[in-house]
Design a protein around this ligand. Structure first.
Ligand SMILES: C[S@@+](CC[C@H](N)C(=O)[O-])C[C@H]1O[C@@H](n2cnc3c(N)ncnc32)[C@H](O)[C@@H]1O
Length: 317
């Protein structure tokens, strides 16, 4: 009886094993497949959807290498210091060398006003067309009288309204001042809608030529020099050449990032005792981007912000 029971149990076990074993293999196979699929789909989507920048430019971008690499960026410091421009500039050159240094480095040693205007442009220019925004405000006279600048750097010049105004002020005070006008002279996309009487020449808005024409008309070509490139590249070059300003006005891009970058770059090339100021503390562009940049810069560097009309001025606290 006992033997019979054992034999039956053994038979049942054999039958069960023959059913369960393949089923177990099947379950394990399915689990392995499912896990593999899940892990591969997670890493692919995080790679394609994350915008993590490469932590340093020495690393070959992932699209050159195979397979794609992921970099751990969580340990990159995120405090504000990361956004500041810390390159050290060359020591300041004497004021009397500023004009020559610019002509040599930017214009092959020749004044851009020689032979100006070229014949193909002359017919398109207005004898004088100056339009600015608060460009004759009292702040200019106040600061020129206070600082008596030998070198002025204007970041954003447009048609030269504020630059020629400062040229006139320095002339009245008998100062030998050079005014360096940093502007790509492209305005902004679509600005010709508001300045319909400026000409477009093969896609170029002719702003540089009209600026130069205005400077010539104001008899200021001996003191006002255009630097027709992006603000970032010019301010970095001035830093490299040791060209510093006694007075620096920032009035180019009015969004936070542009203003922040221009202010930080400009501050590096401000002479000791000089004044950094700028326009549009009150505009609503980019949710008061200029004001946010100015206030943040002042706070981080221990300055106070003084307001004069539409202009902001950084003063020691
Ligand atoms: C508001 S206007 C300057 C007005 C001038 N300060 C005045 O009062 O007559 C701004 C100028 O900044 C220039 N600008 C803006 N962003 C620039 C950039 N990133 N690089 C060079 N110029 C820029 C534009 O071309 C434009 O002429």
């Amino acid at each position: 009886m006992k033997d019979k029971f054992h034999r039956r149990t053994a038979t049942v076990a054999t039958v069960l094993a023959s059913i369960v074993k393949p089923a177990a293999y099947l379950v394990i196979l399915l689990l392995t497949y499912a896990l593999g699929y899940l892990s591969s789909s997670r890493s692919t989507s995080s790679f394609s959807s994350s915008l993590s920048p490469l932590p340093n430019s020495d690393i070959t971008p992932s699209y050159y290498s195979s397979p794609p690499q992921l970099f751990q960026v969580t340990d990159t410091p995120t405090h504000l210091d990361q956004f500041r421009i810390k390159t050290r500039c060359s020591p300041p050159i004497p004021h009397r060398q500023v004009r020559l240094t610019i002509l040599q480095n930017v214009f092959n040693g020749k004044s851009p006003y020689i032979g100006f205007p070229p014949p193909h442009v002359a017919q398109l220019l207005h004898p004088k067309k100056i339009k600015g925004w608060g460009s004759n405000g009292a702040v200019f006279e106040n600061l020129v009288r206070q600082v008596k600048p030998r070198t002025i750097i204007e970041v954003g010049s447009f048609l030269g309204a504020s630059a020629t105004h400062m040229a006139e002020l320095t002339r009245q005070l008998g100062l030998q001042t050079q005014i360096l006008c940093v502007d790509d002279f492209r305005g902004w996309p679509g600005f010709l809608d508001r300045f319909k009487d400026l000409s477009m020449i093969n896609g170029d808005v002719s702003l540089l030529y009209q600026f130069m024409q205005n400077v010539v008309a104001m008899n200021a070509s001996g003191s006002v020099i255009p630097l027709p490139f992006s603000t970032g590249s010019v301010l970095d070059s001035l830093c490299e050449w040791g060209v510093y300003g006694d007075l620096i006005e920032v009035d180019a891009g009015h969004d936070f990032n542009s203003a922040w970058s221009d202010i930080n770059r400009a501050y590096r090339i401000l002479r000791p005792g000089g004044v950094l100021f700028g326009h549009d503390y009150f505009t609503s562009a980019d949710n008061r981007g200029v004001r946010r940049a100015v206030n943040l810069f002042a706070q981080l560097n221990g300055f106070k912000v003084k307001v004069d009309g539409q202009h902001w001025i950084l003063v020691s606290s």
